[in-house]
Design a protein around this ligand. Structure first.
Ligand SMILES: Nc1nc2c(c(=O)[nH]1)N[C@H]1C(S)=C(S)[C@@H](COP(=O)(O)O)O[C@H]1N2
Ligand SMILES: [Mo]
Length: 342
């Protein structure tokens, strides 16, 4: 089969874009709909694998004419792509769960993020000059063939994981592994990016609440009052985007008992003493809990002492730790970066 270099590169670019897009979706979702994104992510990534033999041929021919810096960037892009694929397969099968003290899933995301600027450079420096005729029925047929081959590869990987009873079988639909459920001491303490665990003194600490009734400050003992529903306990599952999850019994104050909506409010912002914050749609109010305890004991420092948010159905980065402020806002919930920036 003769396939032009520009078609191989075009196909690879589409597969990579789909892999990145579905990867982001898979990381954002915490509900059953996310399963679709996780499977699509696997198929898109394996389409890259399917295209490798063609790409090798194209690259061999082209690299001879490239200057050294450009060649180095190309090799770097190759290495990062292969490393990202390898960590993806390692996490999926569970064969390698961590390396150098870092979770494989974390390395996978880091590799993908490093790969993006290089892929952009590649597209800008060597644009695939697609022609109108490239969008023919023949191309569609080829795309369908590559997708089918990637799907078959995905099925094989799944079958091998099941038959060889690899750890990957025990993953949740998001791809995460169970770690320390109902044993808070065994649950990882996770930082999203560059936050640091603060040492919060419970005496001067106050929770500031800004809602439809105005602004007030509550001490830890005031939060323990029964009219706020203190002691309400929820069994809820925290699923971190770095590839682990844990279910715990969280106890504290339901946010709906604490925050009175105003007429104009569209979202509620939960903020940490560290500045880390997330904005939630108002309809989430009944589904949020501010926890002071987990597993029958006060929160450990790394888990958010004295107060942390519990947001069932949302991924871990929404579960703001060391909360000191909860505030209604007239802005819509999506008025924030889709993932925290710090
Ligand atoms: N203030 C603050 N809250 C945070 C984070 C953070 O870095 N800073 N990390 C989030 C992430 S990514 C996860 S997965 C959970 C982890 O909770 P844990 O450390 O109690 O397991 O906390 C979330 N809350
Ligand atoms: Mo996380």
């Amino acid at each position: 089969m003769t396939v032009a270099a520009r078609q191989v590169n075009g196909a690879l670019l589409v597969a990579l874009l789909l892999a990145v897009a579905t990867g982001i979706l898979a990381e954002a979702t915490g509900t059953g709909a996310g399963r679709v994104a996780v499977v699509a992510h696997g198929v898109a990534a394996l389409a890259v694998v399917v295209l490798v033999p063609w790409k090798v041929r194209v690259a061999r021919a082209a690299l001879r004419y490239r200057k050294v810096p450009s060649r180095v960037l190309s090799y770097l892009l190759t290495v990062l792509t292969l490393a990202t694929l390898a960590t993806g397969v390692a996490h999926t099968t569970g064969l390698v769960r961590s390396a150098g003290g870092l979770l494989t899933m974390w390395l996978h995301v880091a590799g993908a993020l490093a790969l993006i600027p290089l892929a952009v450079w590649h597209v800008v420096a060597r644009p695939a000059q697609l022609r109108r005729t490239d969008l023919s029925r023949r191309t569609l047929l080829r795309a369908a063939t590559v997708t089918a081959a990637a799907g078959a590869l995905y099925g094989s990987l799944f079958a091998v994981t099941e038959l060889a009873r690899l750890p990957g079988r025990r993953r949740r639909f998001t791809g995460s592994y169970e770690t320390g459920s109902l044993r808070p001491a065994a649950m990882p303490g996770t930082i999203w990016l560059d936050d640091t665990v603060p040492d919060v003194d419970p005496q001067p600490w106050r929770l500031t609440v800004v809602d439809g009734t105005g602004r007030r400050e509550l001490s830890l003992s005031e939060l323990g009052r029964s009219e706020l529903g203190a002691g309400t306990s929820w069994r809820a599952l925290l699923d971190c985007t770095s590839g682990w999850y844990a279910e715990q019994d969280w106890a504290g104050v339901p946010v709906a008992a604490l925050v009175t909506p105003s007429a104009s409010a569209r979202s509620v912002v939960v903020r940490s003493v560290t500045g880390y914050a997330r904005r939630f749609p108002l309809r989430d109010l009944p589904r949020l809990l501010l926890a002071t305890r987990v597993g029958g004991a006060p929160l450990a420092r790394r888990h958010g002492y004295p107060l942390r948010l519990v947001a069932p159905g949302r991924r871990g980065f929404w579960w703001v730790k060391w909360v000191d402020r909860i505030e209604l806002s007239d802005r819509p919930w999506w008025w924030q970066p889709p993932f925290p920036l710090s």
